[in-house]
Design a protein around this ligand. Structure first.
Ligand code: PNS
Length: 158
């Protein structure tokens, strides 16, 4: 079975992430969506909330597994026996960062390949901008799954 790991912070999952996962499912039979559990990194949503929102965005899709990981992504890939990392590319600014991460991962583990997908329809969407907009009362509908928009509104309700 061709399996890819799509890792990220997903704080929270956006429609950009959803689109990358859907594109990935065209090429891979299964995708493991792995949320980073990093106690040293401040996140708006707990890891459990973040994973729950990912599951809610793909109800009943058995080609998707939602998991969490700590530490290095390459170690998680090795532990899972998966050789493909899926990443999304938005603007040119992503490219430098992503090429560095892909090369660092390759340096640490020659067995792992990074596959990139263009986030064409949602190139302007990022979790951090969505959070900022939501915190300031801006319109976020359409940038995140409906359930995520509701949770964001609840977080910032005064
Ligand atoms: O899409 P994101 O939220 O920027 O995700 C980044 C993520 C979680 C994939 C990346 O930061 C990561 O893999 N972190 C774990 C530590 C690691 O392996 N870093 C990469 C090479 S040092």
């Amino acid at each position: 079975m061709t399996v890819a790991i799509y890792a990220g912070s997903f704080d929270p999952i956006t429609n950009g992430h959803v689109a990358i996962i859907r594109s990935g499912l065209v090429a891979f039979e299964k995708i493991v969506v792995a949320g980073l559990n990093n106690p040293n990194k401040t996140s708006l949503f707990s890891v459990d909330e973040r994973l729950e929102m990912i599951r809610e965005a793909f109800p009943g899709d058995d080609r998707l597994e939602v998991d969490q990981f700590e530490g290095l992504l390459v170690h998680y890939c090795q532990a899972r026996g998966v050789r493909v990392v899926l990443r999304g590319l938005r603007a040119v600014a992503d490219f430098e960062q992503e090429i560095q991460m892909a090369n660092m991962n390759r340096h640490m583990s020659r067995d792992i390949e990074t596959f990139f997908v263009m986030a064409a329809d949602y190139f302007f969407v990022s979790s951090s901008h969505v959070k900022e907009a939501a915190s300031l009362g801006g319109r976020i509908e359409g940038t995140v799954p409906d359930g995520v928009a509701a949770r964001l509104r609840a977080k910032f309700a005064t």
